[in-house]
Design a protein around this ligand. Structure first.
Ligand SMILES: Nc1ncnc2c1ncn2[C@@H]1O[C@H](COP(=O)(O)OP(=O)(O)OP(=O)(O)O)[C@@H](O)[C@H]1O
Ligand SMILES: [Mg+2]
Length: 521
Protein backbone atom coordinates (compact mmCIF):
# COMPACT_ATOMS: atom_id res chain seq x y z
CA UNK A 1 0.00 0.00 0.00
CA UNK A 2 1.87 3.09 -1.18
CA UNK A 3 1.14 6.13 0.88
CA UNK A 4 3.73 8.18 -0.86
CA UNK A 5 3.48 9.17 -4.49
CA UNK A 6 7.06 10.28 -4.92
CA UNK A 7 9.68 9.14 -2.45
CA UNK A 8 12.30 11.69 -1.55
CA UNK A 9 15.84 10.57 -0.87
CA UNK A 10 18.77 12.51 0.50
CA UNK A 11 22.06 10.96 -0.56
CA UNK A 12 25.15 11.83 1.44
CA UNK A 13 28.60 10.85 0.19
CA UNK A 14 31.86 12.77 0.08
CA UNK A 15 32.86 11.26 -3.27
CA UNK A 16 31.41 13.18 -6.17
CA UNK A 17 31.54 10.24 -8.62
CA UNK A 18 29.54 8.01 -6.30
CA UNK A 19 26.97 10.76 -5.72
CA UNK A 20 26.50 11.24 -9.43
CA UNK A 21 26.24 7.56 -10.36
CA UNK A 22 23.86 6.73 -7.51
CA UNK A 23 21.71 9.78 -8.13
CA UNK A 24 21.21 8.66 -11.73
CA UNK A 25 20.28 5.12 -10.64
CA UNK A 26 17.81 6.51 -8.09
CA UNK A 27 16.25 8.98 -10.52
CA UNK A 28 15.86 6.15 -13.05
CA UNK A 29 14.05 4.12 -10.41
CA UNK A 30 11.58 6.97 -9.93
CA UNK A 31 12.88 8.61 -6.74
CA UNK A 32 13.39 12.32 -6.15
CA UNK A 33 16.99 12.76 -5.07
CA UNK A 34 18.98 15.53 -3.42
CA UNK A 35 22.68 15.01 -2.78
CA UNK A 36 25.05 16.33 -0.15
CA UNK A 37 28.83 16.08 0.05
CA UNK A 38 28.97 16.01 3.85
CA UNK A 39 26.90 15.13 6.88
CA UNK A 40 26.05 18.68 7.99
CA UNK A 41 24.71 19.61 4.54
CA UNK A 42 22.76 16.35 4.46
CA UNK A 43 21.11 17.15 7.78
CA UNK A 44 20.18 20.65 6.59
CA UNK A 45 18.55 19.05 3.54
CA UNK A 46 16.55 16.80 5.86
CA UNK A 47 15.25 19.89 7.63
CA UNK A 48 14.17 21.59 4.43
CA UNK A 49 12.88 18.86 2.16
CA UNK A 50 11.98 16.24 4.78
CA UNK A 51 12.87 13.05 2.85
CA UNK A 52 11.52 9.63 3.78
CA UNK A 53 14.85 7.94 3.18
CA UNK A 54 18.48 8.96 3.65
CA UNK A 55 21.37 7.02 2.19
CA UNK A 56 24.65 7.93 3.82
CA UNK A 57 28.23 6.84 3.42
CA UNK A 58 29.84 5.85 6.72
CA UNK A 59 33.37 7.07 6.27
CA UNK A 60 33.35 10.77 5.59
CA UNK A 61 35.57 13.60 6.74
CA UNK A 62 33.96 15.74 9.44
CA UNK A 63 30.71 14.26 10.60
CA UNK A 64 30.72 10.55 9.80
CA UNK A 65 27.77 8.40 8.73
CA UNK A 66 27.10 7.02 12.20
CA UNK A 67 26.82 10.55 13.63
CA UNK A 68 24.50 11.47 10.76
CA UNK A 69 22.39 8.40 11.53
CA UNK A 70 22.23 9.17 15.24
CA UNK A 71 21.25 12.79 14.65
CA UNK A 72 18.57 11.87 12.14
CA UNK A 73 17.07 9.23 14.45
CA UNK A 74 16.93 11.84 17.23
CA UNK A 75 15.53 14.71 15.18
CA UNK A 76 13.45 12.89 12.58
CA UNK A 77 12.71 9.40 13.88
CA UNK A 78 10.45 8.64 10.91
CA UNK A 79 13.22 8.87 8.33
CA UNK A 80 14.68 5.53 7.31
CA UNK A 81 18.47 5.54 7.00
CA UNK A 82 20.48 3.20 4.80
CA UNK A 83 24.22 3.24 5.38
CA UNK A 84 26.90 2.39 2.84
CA UNK A 85 30.01 0.69 4.16
CA UNK A 86 33.19 -0.49 2.55
CA UNK A 87 33.69 -4.21 2.18
CA UNK A 88 35.00 -5.67 5.43
CA UNK A 89 33.73 -2.88 7.69
CA UNK A 90 31.26 -5.21 9.31
CA UNK A 91 31.78 -3.62 12.73
CA UNK A 92 30.50 -0.28 11.45
CA UNK A 93 27.57 -1.94 9.70
CA UNK A 94 26.56 -3.69 12.92
CA UNK A 95 26.87 -0.46 14.89
CA UNK A 96 24.61 1.22 12.31
CA UNK A 97 21.96 -1.48 12.63
CA UNK A 98 22.09 -1.12 16.40
CA UNK A 99 21.44 2.58 15.93
CA UNK A 100 18.33 1.59 13.98
CA UNK A 101 19.56 2.01 10.43
CA UNK A 102 17.09 0.20 8.24
CA UNK A 103 19.82 -1.55 6.27
CA UNK A 104 23.41 -1.43 5.14
CA UNK A 105 24.79 -1.84 1.66
CA UNK A 106 28.35 -2.66 0.79
CA UNK A 107 30.44 -0.60 -1.58
CA UNK A 108 30.83 -0.88 -4.52
CA UNK A 109 27.06 -0.64 -4.52
CA UNK A 110 25.19 -2.77 -7.01
CA UNK A 111 21.84 -1.48 -8.28
CA UNK A 112 20.23 -4.71 -7.14
CA UNK A 113 21.38 -4.35 -3.52
CA UNK A 114 20.40 -0.68 -3.58
CA UNK A 115 16.85 -1.34 -4.80
CA UNK A 116 16.38 -4.18 -2.33
CA UNK A 117 17.47 -1.96 0.56
CA UNK A 118 15.19 0.83 -0.69
CA UNK A 119 12.20 -1.49 -0.88
CA UNK A 120 12.80 -2.62 2.66
CA UNK A 121 13.20 0.95 3.86
CA UNK A 122 9.93 1.88 2.14
CA UNK A 123 8.12 -1.01 3.81
CA UNK A 124 9.43 -0.02 7.19
CA UNK A 125 8.59 3.62 6.62
CA UNK A 126 5.06 2.84 5.49
CA UNK A 127 4.22 0.50 8.32
CA UNK A 128 5.69 2.76 10.98
CA UNK A 129 3.90 5.77 9.58
CA UNK A 130 0.57 4.01 9.46
CA UNK A 131 0.89 2.66 12.94
CA UNK A 132 1.73 6.14 14.12
CA UNK A 133 -1.32 7.52 12.33
CA UNK A 134 -3.54 4.89 13.90
CA UNK A 135 -2.11 5.58 17.33
CA UNK A 136 -2.73 9.31 16.82
CA UNK A 137 -6.24 8.53 15.72
CA UNK A 138 -6.71 6.47 18.80
CA UNK A 139 -5.40 9.22 21.01
CA UNK A 140 -7.54 11.88 19.35
CA UNK A 141 -10.77 9.97 19.20
CA UNK A 142 -10.59 8.50 22.62
CA UNK A 143 -13.67 6.44 22.08
CA UNK A 144 -11.86 3.93 19.91
CA UNK A 145 -10.55 1.00 21.91
CA UNK A 146 -7.46 -0.89 21.01
CA UNK A 147 -9.51 -3.96 20.16
CA UNK A 148 -11.43 -1.93 17.64
CA UNK A 149 -8.23 -0.60 16.23
CA UNK A 150 -6.84 -4.06 15.63
CA UNK A 151 -10.11 -5.23 14.19
CA UNK A 152 -9.61 -3.08 11.15
CA UNK A 153 -9.18 -5.63 8.39
CA UNK A 154 -6.99 -3.57 6.11
CA UNK A 155 -4.78 -2.59 8.97
CA UNK A 156 -4.32 -6.14 10.08
CA UNK A 157 -3.80 -7.84 6.73
CA UNK A 158 -1.99 -5.30 4.65
CA UNK A 159 0.05 -3.56 7.16
CA UNK A 160 0.82 -5.69 10.13
CA UNK A 161 1.34 -8.90 8.27
CA UNK A 162 3.60 -7.50 5.62
CA UNK A 163 5.82 -5.75 8.13
CA UNK A 164 9.47 -6.73 8.20
CA UNK A 165 9.43 -6.29 11.98
CA UNK A 166 7.55 -8.51 14.38
CA UNK A 167 4.46 -6.73 15.64
CA UNK A 168 2.63 -7.81 18.76
CA UNK A 169 -0.26 -6.03 20.43
CA UNK A 170 -1.79 -6.79 23.84
CA UNK A 171 -4.87 -5.58 25.63
CA UNK A 172 -4.87 -4.21 29.17
CA UNK A 173 -4.59 -7.73 30.62
CA UNK A 174 -1.51 -8.46 28.52
CA UNK A 175 -3.47 -10.91 26.35
CA UNK A 176 -2.16 -10.95 22.82
CA UNK A 177 -4.70 -9.50 20.38
CA UNK A 178 -2.44 -8.91 17.42
CA UNK A 179 0.43 -11.02 16.20
CA UNK A 180 1.89 -10.83 12.70
CA UNK A 181 3.52 -13.29 10.32
CA UNK A 182 7.00 -12.13 11.20
CA UNK A 183 6.29 -13.00 14.87
CA UNK A 184 5.06 -16.43 13.78
CA UNK A 185 8.34 -17.06 11.98
CA UNK A 186 10.43 -15.74 14.83
CA UNK A 187 8.73 -17.60 17.68
CA UNK A 188 7.28 -20.68 15.97
CA UNK A 189 3.81 -20.22 17.54
CA UNK A 190 0.97 -19.82 15.04
CA UNK A 191 -1.65 -17.09 15.25
CA UNK A 192 -4.25 -19.67 16.30
CA UNK A 193 -2.10 -20.74 19.22
CA UNK A 194 -1.41 -17.20 20.37
CA UNK A 195 -4.30 -14.85 19.71
CA UNK A 196 -6.44 -14.34 22.82
CA UNK A 197 -4.84 -17.40 24.39
CA UNK A 198 -1.36 -16.29 25.38
CA UNK A 199 0.02 -13.28 27.17
CA UNK A 200 3.11 -11.24 26.45
CA UNK A 201 4.86 -12.78 29.46
CA UNK A 202 4.66 -16.23 27.80
CA UNK A 203 7.34 -15.17 25.35
CA UNK A 204 9.88 -14.17 27.96
CA UNK A 205 11.76 -15.95 30.69
CA UNK A 206 10.65 -14.62 34.07
CA UNK A 207 13.74 -12.52 34.62
CA UNK A 208 13.64 -11.01 31.14
CA UNK A 209 9.98 -10.12 31.55
CA UNK A 210 10.65 -8.31 34.83
CA UNK A 211 13.51 -6.38 33.23
CA UNK A 212 11.31 -5.54 30.26
CA UNK A 213 8.68 -4.01 32.54
CA UNK A 214 11.27 -2.08 34.51
CA UNK A 215 12.77 -0.71 31.28
CA UNK A 216 9.32 0.35 30.18
CA UNK A 217 9.19 3.01 32.83
CA UNK A 218 12.87 3.84 32.72
CA UNK A 219 13.83 7.24 31.34
CA UNK A 220 16.90 5.72 29.69
CA UNK A 221 14.80 3.88 27.12
CA UNK A 222 12.57 6.65 25.84
CA UNK A 223 10.62 7.71 28.91
CA UNK A 224 7.54 6.45 30.68
CA UNK A 225 5.19 4.24 28.66
CA UNK A 226 7.63 4.12 25.79
CA UNK A 227 10.45 1.80 25.03
CA UNK A 228 13.03 2.60 22.40
CA UNK A 229 15.61 0.17 21.02
CA UNK A 230 15.67 -2.01 24.11
CA UNK A 231 17.52 -5.32 23.69
CA UNK A 232 16.17 -8.46 25.25
CA UNK A 233 15.63 -12.17 24.54
CA UNK A 234 12.39 -13.87 23.54
CA UNK A 235 11.59 -17.50 24.11
CA UNK A 236 10.36 -19.44 21.05
CA UNK A 237 8.00 -22.40 20.90
CA UNK A 238 10.75 -25.01 20.99
CA UNK A 239 12.44 -23.17 23.85
CA UNK A 240 14.94 -21.51 21.50
CA UNK A 241 16.13 -18.05 22.43
CA UNK A 242 15.80 -15.15 20.02
CA UNK A 243 17.79 -12.00 20.69
CA UNK A 244 15.61 -9.03 19.74
CA UNK A 245 15.55 -5.28 19.77
CA UNK A 246 12.17 -4.02 20.89
CA UNK A 247 10.41 -0.68 20.64
CA UNK A 248 7.05 -0.45 22.37
CA UNK A 249 4.34 2.07 23.20
CA UNK A 250 1.59 1.88 25.79
CA UNK A 251 -1.87 2.78 24.47
CA UNK A 252 -4.40 4.79 26.43
CA UNK A 253 -8.13 5.11 26.41
CA UNK A 254 -9.52 8.07 28.35
CA UNK A 255 -6.20 8.36 30.22
CA UNK A 256 -6.51 4.74 31.21
CA UNK A 257 -3.83 2.37 29.98
CA UNK A 258 -5.50 -0.21 27.80
CA UNK A 259 -2.82 -1.96 25.88
CA UNK A 260 0.58 -2.16 24.40
CA UNK A 261 2.10 -2.40 20.92
CA UNK A 262 5.57 -3.88 20.54
CA UNK A 263 7.83 -3.95 17.49
CA UNK A 264 10.44 -6.67 17.58
CA UNK A 265 13.48 -6.79 15.40
CA UNK A 266 15.20 -10.15 15.13
CA UNK A 267 18.87 -9.71 16.05
CA UNK A 268 20.02 -13.22 15.17
CA UNK A 269 21.63 -12.10 11.93
CA UNK A 270 23.39 -9.23 13.68
CA UNK A 271 24.60 -11.60 16.39
CA UNK A 272 25.91 -13.98 13.73
CA UNK A 273 27.79 -11.12 12.12
CA UNK A 274 29.16 -10.12 15.51
CA UNK A 275 30.41 -13.64 16.08
CA UNK A 276 32.07 -13.59 12.68
CA UNK A 277 33.73 -10.34 13.67
CA UNK A 278 35.02 -11.90 16.87
CA UNK A 279 36.44 -14.78 14.87
CA UNK A 280 38.16 -12.32 12.59
CA UNK A 281 39.54 -10.49 15.59
CA UNK A 282 40.88 -13.77 16.95
CA UNK A 283 42.58 -14.55 13.67
CA UNK A 284 44.08 -11.07 13.64
CA UNK A 285 45.36 -11.75 17.11
CA UNK A 286 46.99 -14.91 15.84
CA UNK A 287 48.69 -12.83 13.16
CA UNK A 288 50.21 -10.69 15.82
CA UNK A 289 51.94 -13.79 17.08
CA UNK A 290 54.15 -13.42 14.10
CA UNK A 291 55.28 -10.05 15.33
CA UNK A 292 58.99 -9.66 15.62
CA UNK A 293 59.17 -9.99 19.40
CA UNK A 294 57.35 -13.26 19.43
CA UNK A 295 59.38 -14.47 16.51
CA UNK A 296 62.62 -13.56 18.23
CA UNK A 297 61.53 -15.52 21.31
CA UNK A 298 60.83 -18.63 19.30
CA UNK A 299 64.09 -18.29 17.38
CA UNK A 300 66.06 -18.11 20.60
CA UNK A 301 64.31 -21.23 21.81
CA UNK A 302 64.75 -23.09 18.55
CA UNK A 303 68.44 -22.26 18.20
CA UNK A 304 69.35 -22.57 21.87
CA UNK A 305 68.37 -26.22 22.02
CA UNK A 306 70.68 -27.50 19.30
CA UNK A 307 73.44 -25.13 20.47
CA UNK A 308 73.21 -26.49 23.99
CA UNK A 309 73.60 -29.98 22.53
CA UNK A 310 76.67 -29.00 20.53
CA UNK A 311 78.21 -27.35 23.57
CA UNK A 312 77.69 -30.46 25.66
CA UNK A 313 79.36 -32.75 23.14
CA UNK A 314 82.33 -30.42 22.85
CA UNK A 315 82.71 -30.21 26.64
CA UNK A 316 82.54 -33.96 26.92
CA UNK A 317 85.20 -34.45 24.27
CA UNK A 318 87.47 -31.84 25.85
CA UNK A 319 87.19 -33.54 29.22
CA UNK A 320 88.07 -36.93 27.78
CA UNK A 321 91.01 -35.44 25.83
CA UNK A 322 92.36 -33.78 28.95
CA UNK A 323 92.36 -36.99 30.93
CA UNK A 324 93.82 -39.67 28.69
CA UNK A 325 95.03 -40.79 25.30
CA UNK A 326 92.33 -41.87 22.89
CA UNK A 327 91.90 -45.60 22.37
CA UNK A 328 89.90 -47.08 19.44
CA UNK A 329 86.74 -47.22 21.46
CA UNK A 330 86.93 -43.57 22.46
CA UNK A 331 87.72 -42.56 18.90
CA UNK A 332 84.47 -44.16 17.81
CA UNK A 333 82.62 -42.25 20.49
CA UNK A 334 84.27 -39.02 19.37
CA UNK A 335 83.16 -39.58 15.81
CA UNK A 336 79.64 -40.20 17.03
CA UNK A 337 79.66 -36.98 19.11
CA UNK A 338 81.04 -34.99 16.23
CA UNK A 339 78.36 -36.29 13.91
CA UNK A 340 75.67 -35.33 16.38
CA UNK A 341 77.22 -31.88 16.75
CA UNK A 342 77.38 -31.55 12.97
CA UNK A 343 73.67 -32.38 12.66
CA UNK A 344 72.69 -29.90 15.31
CA UNK A 345 74.80 -27.21 13.69
CA UNK A 346 73.18 -27.94 10.33
CA UNK A 347 69.81 -27.55 11.94
CA UNK A 348 70.84 -24.15 13.31
CA UNK A 349 71.99 -22.96 9.93
CA UNK A 350 68.79 -24.30 8.32
CA UNK A 351 66.75 -22.29 10.81
CA UNK A 352 68.79 -19.17 10.26
CA UNK A 353 68.53 -19.32 6.47
CA UNK A 354 64.81 -20.09 6.53
CA UNK A 355 64.38 -17.23 8.91
CA UNK A 356 66.09 -14.92 6.52
CA UNK A 357 63.50 -15.75 3.88
CA UNK A 358 60.73 -15.41 6.39
CA UNK A 359 61.64 -12.01 7.69
CA UNK A 360 62.66 -10.44 4.43
CA UNK A 361 60.47 -7.43 4.73
CA UNK A 362 61.80 -5.58 1.75
CA UNK A 363 58.86 -4.70 -0.45
CA UNK A 364 58.37 -7.43 -3.03
CA UNK A 365 59.39 -6.62 -6.62
CA UNK A 366 55.89 -6.22 -7.99
CA UNK A 367 55.21 -6.94 -11.61
CA UNK A 368 52.43 -8.58 -13.58
CA UNK A 369 52.46 -12.28 -12.87
CA UNK A 370 50.56 -14.71 -15.05
CA UNK A 371 49.09 -17.49 -12.95
CA UNK A 372 49.45 -20.09 -15.68
CA UNK A 373 53.14 -19.38 -16.09
CA UNK A 374 53.64 -19.33 -12.32
CA UNK A 375 52.03 -22.72 -11.74
CA UNK A 376 53.77 -24.29 -14.73
CA UNK A 377 57.14 -23.12 -13.47
CA UNK A 378 56.48 -24.62 -10.03
CA UNK A 379 55.39 -27.88 -11.63
CA UNK A 380 58.61 -28.05 -13.65
CA UNK A 381 60.69 -27.42 -10.52
CA UNK A 382 58.99 -30.10 -8.48
CA UNK A 383 58.28 -32.72 -11.16
CA UNK A 384 61.36 -34.76 -10.40
CA UNK A 385 60.69 -34.86 -6.65
CA UNK A 386 57.06 -35.82 -7.33
CA UNK A 387 58.08 -38.69 -9.58
CA UNK A 388 60.59 -39.98 -7.04
CA UNK A 389 57.87 -39.94 -4.40
CA UNK A 390 55.45 -41.86 -6.59
CA UNK A 391 52.96 -39.00 -6.74
CA UNK A 392 50.64 -38.55 -9.67
CA UNK A 393 50.20 -34.90 -10.67
CA UNK A 394 47.06 -33.33 -12.14
CA UNK A 395 47.09 -29.69 -13.02
CA UNK A 396 43.93 -27.88 -14.08
CA UNK A 397 44.57 -24.31 -15.03
CA UNK A 398 41.82 -22.20 -16.51
CA UNK A 399 42.91 -20.19 -19.52
CA UNK A 400 42.55 -16.43 -19.49
CA UNK A 401 43.04 -15.78 -15.79
CA UNK A 402 43.86 -12.07 -15.55
CA UNK A 403 47.37 -11.45 -14.23
CA UNK A 404 48.03 -10.57 -10.59
CA UNK A 405 50.45 -7.93 -9.34
CA UNK A 406 53.20 -9.65 -7.45
CA UNK A 407 56.74 -10.83 -6.93
CA UNK A 408 57.16 -13.86 -9.16
CA UNK A 409 59.90 -15.47 -7.06
CA UNK A 410 58.08 -15.07 -3.77
CA UNK A 411 54.82 -16.44 -5.18
CA UNK A 412 56.76 -19.32 -6.66
CA UNK A 413 58.28 -20.00 -3.26
CA UNK A 414 54.75 -20.17 -1.79
CA UNK A 415 53.51 -22.75 -4.26
CA UNK A 416 56.68 -24.83 -4.01
CA UNK A 417 56.33 -24.82 -0.21
CA UNK A 418 52.77 -26.09 -0.59
CA UNK A 419 53.85 -28.79 -3.03
CA UNK A 420 56.68 -29.91 -0.72
CA UNK A 421 54.30 -30.07 2.24
CA UNK A 422 51.94 -32.16 0.12
CA UNK A 423 54.79 -34.49 -0.82
CA UNK A 424 55.70 -34.87 2.87
CA UNK A 425 52.07 -35.72 3.62
CA UNK A 426 52.06 -38.59 1.10
CA UNK A 427 55.05 -40.78 2.02
CA UNK A 428 53.45 -43.76 0.26
CA UNK A 429 52.66 -41.77 -2.89
CA UNK A 430 49.28 -40.42 -3.97
CA UNK A 431 47.71 -37.68 -6.06
CA UNK A 432 48.48 -34.00 -6.13
CA UNK A 433 46.06 -31.60 -7.83
CA UNK A 434 47.02 -28.06 -8.67
CA UNK A 435 44.24 -25.77 -9.80
CA UNK A 436 44.25 -22.23 -11.14
CA UNK A 437 40.98 -20.31 -11.54
CA UNK A 438 39.60 -16.85 -12.02
CA UNK A 439 36.89 -15.94 -9.52
CA UNK A 440 35.56 -13.12 -11.63
CA UNK A 441 32.94 -11.87 -9.20
CA UNK A 442 35.42 -11.47 -6.39
CA UNK A 443 38.11 -10.30 -8.81
CA UNK A 444 40.51 -12.91 -7.52
CA UNK A 445 42.86 -15.47 -8.91
CA UNK A 446 42.67 -18.70 -6.99
CA UNK A 447 45.42 -21.28 -6.72
CA UNK A 448 44.57 -24.51 -4.93
CA UNK A 449 46.96 -27.32 -4.00
CA UNK A 450 45.22 -30.53 -2.96
CA UNK A 451 46.85 -33.74 -1.81
CA UNK A 452 45.53 -37.18 -0.91
CA UNK A 453 47.76 -37.47 2.12
CA UNK A 454 47.24 -37.94 5.83
CA UNK A 455 45.41 -34.66 6.40
CA UNK A 456 45.77 -32.39 9.42
CA UNK A 457 44.53 -33.16 12.91
CA UNK A 458 41.90 -30.67 14.04
CA UNK A 459 43.98 -29.72 17.10
CA UNK A 460 46.86 -28.81 14.79
CA UNK A 461 44.78 -26.78 12.31
CA UNK A 462 44.86 -23.50 14.27
CA UNK A 463 48.63 -23.83 14.75
CA UNK A 464 50.03 -24.72 11.35
CA UNK A 465 50.64 -21.11 10.28
CA UNK A 466 52.64 -20.33 13.39
CA UNK A 467 56.37 -20.00 12.94
CA UNK A 468 58.23 -23.15 14.01
CA UNK A 469 55.13 -25.29 14.30
CA UNK A 470 56.00 -28.61 12.75
CA UNK A 471 54.92 -32.21 13.19
CA UNK A 472 57.87 -33.44 11.19
CA UNK A 473 60.95 -35.21 12.48
CA UNK A 474 63.92 -33.07 13.49
CA UNK A 475 65.85 -33.12 10.25
CA UNK A 476 62.79 -32.77 8.02
CA UNK A 477 60.89 -29.68 8.96
CA UNK A 478 61.67 -26.34 10.55
CA UNK A 479 58.05 -25.22 10.60
CA UNK A 480 58.54 -22.00 8.66
CA UNK A 481 57.01 -23.03 5.32
CA UNK A 482 53.42 -21.98 5.97
CA UNK A 483 54.24 -18.90 8.01
CA UNK A 484 56.46 -17.71 5.16
CA UNK A 485 53.55 -18.28 2.75
CA UNK A 486 51.23 -16.37 5.05
CA UNK A 487 53.58 -13.40 5.22
CA UNK A 488 54.14 -13.30 1.45
CA UNK A 489 50.47 -13.64 0.53
CA UNK A 490 49.50 -10.98 3.04
CA UNK A 491 51.97 -8.58 1.46
CA UNK A 492 50.24 -9.35 -1.84
CA UNK A 493 46.89 -8.42 -0.26
CA UNK A 494 45.71 -11.97 -0.70
CA UNK A 495 44.50 -14.72 1.61
CA UNK A 496 45.51 -18.28 2.50
CA UNK A 497 42.91 -20.87 3.46
CA UNK A 498 43.19 -24.48 4.41
CA UNK A 499 40.64 -27.27 4.34
CA UNK A 500 41.57 -30.60 5.76
CA UNK A 501 40.35 -33.54 7.74
CA UNK A 502 42.53 -36.24 9.23
CA UNK A 503 42.89 -39.10 6.77
CA UNK A 504 41.26 -37.17 3.95
CA UNK A 505 44.08 -35.10 2.52
CA UNK A 506 44.42 -31.34 2.56
CA UNK A 507 43.70 -28.39 0.29
CA UNK A 508 45.54 -25.11 0.58
CA UNK A 509 43.99 -22.19 -1.29
CA UNK A 510 45.76 -18.97 -2.19
CA UNK A 511 43.61 -16.06 -3.37
CA UNK A 512 45.20 -13.03 -4.95
CA UNK A 513 43.54 -9.89 -6.30
CA UNK A 514 43.78 -9.71 -10.09
CA UNK A 515 44.76 -6.56 -11.91
CA UNK A 516 41.82 -4.85 -13.54
CA UNK A 517 43.68 -3.18 -16.31
CA UNK A 518 44.54 -6.07 -18.51
CA UNK A 519 42.44 -9.15 -19.04
CA UNK A 520 44.64 -11.78 -20.56
CA UNK A 521 42.99 -13.67 -23.38
N1 LIG B 1 49.56 -30.83 2.97
C1 LIG B 1 49.65 -31.09 4.27
N2 LIG B 1 49.12 -32.22 4.80
C2 LIG B 1 49.21 -32.49 6.11
N3 LIG B 1 49.79 -31.66 7.01
C3 LIG B 1 50.33 -30.52 6.55
C4 LIG B 1 50.29 -30.16 5.18
N4 LIG B 1 50.89 -28.97 5.04
C5 LIG B 1 51.28 -28.60 6.27
N5 LIG B 1 50.98 -29.53 7.18
C6 LIG B 1 51.22 -29.49 8.64
O1 LIG B 1 51.59 -28.16 8.98
C7 LIG B 1 52.86 -28.16 9.62
C8 LIG B 1 53.56 -26.85 9.32
O2 LIG B 1 53.90 -26.77 7.95
P1 LIG B 1 55.08 -25.84 7.50
O3 LIG B 1 55.23 -25.93 6.04
O4 LIG B 1 54.90 -24.50 8.11
O5 LIG B 1 56.32 -26.49 8.25
P2 LIG B 1 57.07 -27.85 7.93
O6 LIG B 1 56.69 -28.34 6.58
O7 LIG B 1 56.85 -28.73 9.07
O8 LIG B 1 58.57 -27.33 7.92
P3 LIG B 1 59.30 -26.44 6.76
O9 LIG B 1 58.26 -26.13 5.72
O10 LIG B 1 59.76 -25.23 7.46
O11 LIG B 1 60.38 -27.30 6.26
C9 LIG B 1 53.55 -29.39 9.11
O12 LIG B 1 54.55 -29.83 10.00
C10 LIG B 1 52.38 -30.37 9.03
O13 LIG B 1 52.06 -30.89 10.29
MG1 LIG C 1 56.70 -27.09 4.92
Amino acid sequence: MAIQSIWKIVLIDDEEDIREVMAIALLDAGYAVETAADGATGLRLCETIYPQIVITDIRMPGMDGLQVLETIKKKFPDIEVIVATAFGEMDLAIRALQLDASDFITKPISDEALYLALNRARDRYTSRKQIKDYTALLENERAVTIQELFKSITFQRNLIDSSMDGILGCDDKDTVVTYNQCMEQMLGFTKEEVLRKMTLSNFFSRGEYLNFNVAFSDERFGGKNKLMLYETTLKGKSGHKIPVQVSATALFDQDKANGLVCFFRDLREIRRLEREMEDQARILHQDKMMSLGRLAASVVHEINNPLAGVLNYFRLMLRILGEEQLDENQKKKFIQYLELAENETKRCSQIVSSLLNFSRLSPPAFQEVRIEELINRCVILSRHKLELSNIHLQSNIQTGIPPVKGDFNQLQQCIINLIFNAIDAMPQGGTLIIEGRHESEERLALIAVTDSGQGIASVDLPLIFEPFFTTKKEAYGVGLGLSTIYGIIERHKGTVEVKSRPGEGATFILKLPVTESQIAG
